[in-house]
Design a protein. Structure first.
Length: 340
């Protein structure tokens, strides 16, 4: 994995956003809510956090097994250990450099399993596409079923201001947009020959990546693949919902509230590295719509985020250490077996 200047700049930008959201989430807490928050921290029932951790780990194992099924379509039986350890290593790297974890785990599988890098990247793209589809399905269910709670908030605070901003921008900049379009067409025309040569060079790489993307059609056990896809998101839900029981004030939270936290909280991970600041901010404001005290909501958001982050930190670090050890031992054993 090569760390570039742009990735470092992006990291600090996302980190800044995360810090801003931490400040925004904490500044809205009044004295009474602060007391509620600290009381919530002191009253946590840790056995529920342990249960959440178990759910998270089993979801990661299931994801590694599903990824292995995609990688196996290339004619080689990939080690589940390598699939899992590469996956967790990628999660660790994602905490520091968002989106680089995927490239890292592809590189690790390429190194230890000799699966072509471009095909491996294709399987990860397929995985992400399935995850996006799953998230959209959950988000649609939540939006429809909980529209009376979150509908007005989403319309008034997100969609209406966004539509107004876009409308104003288009109206004020129509001439500029037309000019930019004409210039764009001219540039495309001038770059046509260069682009034609460029696309010829990357055609082979693109074809190989595409083979990875469509690897799902060659999966031998489709029902098992579907089972893993459902199980992963079921455990994502469970690992969040059981944390409600760790807080005395949240024992009676409805099932759909947990689904709302899962769907909207997922966007927090996109905004900042590992969801730093963003996840607790989104979750606490979402729970406030359900009548949860903002202090309790912030405590729940931070605890849930901390559990998930700790799993990535610990298991990711161990995975990076174990990968060369396991594969070194396997290589040594194979060399020993072929000795005369």
């Amino acid at each position: 994995m090569k760390i570039t200047l742009s990735s470092v700049v992006k990291f600090f930008i996302f980190l800044g956003i995360g810090c801003l959201l931490i400040w925004l989430s904490l500044r809205s807490i009044d004295a009474e809510s602060w007391d509620k928050m600290w009381a919530s921290f002191s009253e946590i029932k840790y056995e529920w956090l342990l249960l959440s951790t178990i759910g998270a780990i089993t979801s990661h194992i299931s994801r590694a097994m599903r990824w292995k099924m995609l990688l196996d379509t290339f004619g080689k039986k990939v080690s589940l250990a390598n699939s899992f350890l590469s996956l967790m290593s990628g999660y660790l790297i994602n905490l520091a450099f968002p989106r680089m974890g995927e490239a890292a785990r592809a590189g690790l599988i390429n190194r230890y399993e000799k699966i072509p890098l471009d095909k491996t990247i294709g399987t990860i793209i397929t995985e992400r596409a399935i995850d996006v589809l799953s998230l959209l399905i959950i988000l649609t269910i939540v939006t429809i079923s909980e529209f009376d709670v979150i509908g007005d908030f989403a319309m008034n605070e997100i969609f209406t201001p966004m539509a107004s901003k876009i409308s104003t921008l288009i109206g004020d900049s129509l001439i500029l947009i037309v000019i930019a379009g004409i210039v764009g067409v001219l540039l495309l025309f001038l770059l046509y020959k260069f682009a034609k040569t460029f696309f010829k060079k990357i055609q082979g790489v693109a074809k190989s990546i595409f083979e990875g993307v469509i690897s799902v059609k060659n999966v031998k056990n489709v029902p098992l693949f579907v089972f893993h896809s459902v199980y992963i998101w079921t455990m994502y839900y469970c690992m969040i919902y059981v944390v409600f029981f760790a807080f005395p004030d949240l024992n009676n939270v409805a099932y759909m509230t947990g689904l709302a936290v899962l769907s909207f909280g997922s966007f927090g991970v996109i905004v900042a590295p590992g969801g730093l600041g963003a996840y607790p901010y989104i979750v606490s404001n979402l729970l406030a719509l359900y009548g949860v005290n903002i202090g309790v909501g912030v405590a729940f958001g931070w605890v849930t985020w901390a559990v998930q982050t700790a799993i990535s930190l610990i298991s990711g670090t161990l995975s990076l250490l174990l990968l060369p050890l396991i594969n070194g031992n396997e290589k040594h054993s194979s060399e020993k077996n072929i000795e005369p």
